[in-house]
Design a protein around this ligand. Structure first.
Ligand SMILES: Nc1ncnc2c1ncn2[C@@H]1O[C@H](COP(=O)(O)OP(=O)(O)OP(=O)(O)O)[C@@H](O)[C@H]1O
Ligand SMILES: [Mg+2]
Length: 335
């Protein structure tokens, strides 16, 4: 199916989040939507999925004007969406989650477990999306949960699949797996709208790329465009992709974290025996995929979570027992 958007506009009060957007998704293409944070990508897709009402403009399916009052309408029309934050029920199995989406849209009533498991197996075979229909969603790694979301959309016969920043929560290996899933979906004729702000991914998998900046379409281009051309379209000026910098001239350790362990409210060990130093005059980067304990580590440094073990020292003083207010006075700032 061909999906065409013309002049789509969305305002929030006096702020125009989407300004007369034109975009065409051709059958079987991977169309990348590239834009900085806040450019208006999710707003546009939420209108396509019946979650937001456009103020102006039209959506056409195979040339026919269509309106979606609810996601149910969009699903019936063949549109599927995997949101930035997943919407699965953690205590349900994969098959139950997939059927739940169908029940909402088709009123199937009672869950037929063997049929659900078979549907999941058929779909996962057809699209090479390996998942166990009987696994509980809460036991699955994030990358597999994402596959369940994709399966849910495919179970509703999605012909256009919207993936809103699917790679933000994935490890590099999971990203490669998602790319090959996207590839086999394209081969089977499904169109994909792939939202991201990572240039490498767009160049690797995209057929066409539309760039959005401050709610407006800047242009549509090919994956052969260079990273610096794409970056310039995204931000509106030349961007240096490599930073020239002098080596840091770091002094003594100011913040010392040793053998820190943090256990969260559900009893999970979210920070496990972490030790690191931050020296005077240096920028230390914590790299990791969302959900791997960065937030909890920062909370422990701020005194918002109590560590189960380990020590935090600032300028040589043990501050492990200090509360958040006292830590600000100790000299820790947080933005
Ligand atoms: N419900 C809302 N009410 C008011 N403003 C909103 C609403 N939803 C989005 N916005 C604003 O519209 C702009 C576009 O937001 P949107 O979420 O579409 O951006 P995005 O391109 O998806 O960004 P990100 O990369 O952060 O996901 C932002 O400035 C945002 O603050
Ligand atoms: Mg978004």
């Amino acid at each position: 199916m061909q999906l065409e958007i013309t002049g789509l506009t969305k305002r929030f009060g006096s702020f125009t989040a989407n300004d007369r957007i034109d975009l065409t998704i051709e059958p079987g293409e991977i169309h990348c939507l590239l834009g900085e944070n806040g450019a208006g990508k999710s707003t546009l897709m939420n209108m396509l999925y019946g979650l937001l009402d456009p103020d102006e403009g039209e959506v056409l399916i195979d040339g026919k004007p269509t309106t979606f009052a609810t996601p149910g309408d969009a699903i019936k029309a063949g549109i599927g969406m995997v949101h930035q934050h997943f919407m699965l029920v953690p205590v349900f199995t994969v098959a139950e989650n997939v059927m739940l989406g169908r029940e909402q849209t088709r009123g199937l009533g009672l869950l037929n477990r063997p049929a659900a498991a078979k549907l999941v197996r058929d779909l996962s075979d057809r699209y090479k999306l390996a998942v166990d229909p009987d696994a509980l969603v809460q036991d699955l790694p994030v990358g597999v949960q994402q596959r369940v979301e994709i399966l849910k959309a495919l179970a509703n016969n999605a012909e256009v699949l919207i993936l809103d920043e699917p790679t933000a929560v994935l490890t590099p290996q999971e990203i490669d797996e998602l790319m090959s899933i996207m590839d086999s979906l394209r081969e089977s004729g499904t169109s994909i709208v792939f939202i991201t702000h990572k240039l490498r991914e767009v160049k690797e998998i995209g057929d066409r790329i539309t760039v959005i900046r401050r709610g407006k379409v800047v242009g549509t281009t090919q994956p052969t465009a260079s990273e610096s051309q794409l970056a310039e379209m995204m931000v509106g000026r030349g961007v240096k992709l490599v930073v020239d910098k002098d080596p840091a001239d770091a002094g003594d350790a100011v913040l010392e974290i040793s053998h820190l362990t943090v256990i969260d409210g559900r009893g999970a060990t979210v920070v496990k025996d972490v030790s690191l130093d931050v020296r005077a005059g240096e920028i230390l980067v914590l790299a990791g995929v969302q959900g791997n304990g960065q937030t909890e580590l920062i909370k422990a440094i701020l005194g918002l979570m109590k560590p189960a073990a380990g020590q935090i020292s600032l300028a040589g003083r043990n501050i492990t027992k200090h509360g958040p207010r006292q830590r600000l006075d100790d000299g820790i700032g947080y933005i």
